[in-house]
Design a binder for this molecule. Structure first.
Ligand SMILES: [Zn+2]
Length: 66
């Protein structure tokens, strides 16, 4: 189940205001995975929130948003 947060941002790539999206964090799923993998998943969780935490242009997929 994918969930997204959405907002309006200016994309430098598209040179216009676009709908920006970022994945909403499914904390319950991550918590279950941490229990299931005896804590190893906590590393993935931390890595994912850094890597995928940013806003992305829903048009071109770029991250040059203001
Ligand atoms: Zn764009």
């Amino acid at each position: 189940m994918a969930s997204f947060e959405e907002t309006q941002k200016f994309c430098s790539n598209c040179q216009r205001h676009v709908l920006a999206r970022r994945p909403g964090t499914n904390h319950i799923l991550h918590l279950l995975m941490v229990l299931f993998t005896c804590g190893v998943w906590a590393l993935v969780w931390a890595g994912q929130s850094v890597k995928f935490g940013g806003w992305r242009c829903s048009f071109c997929g770029g991250t040059q948003l203001r």
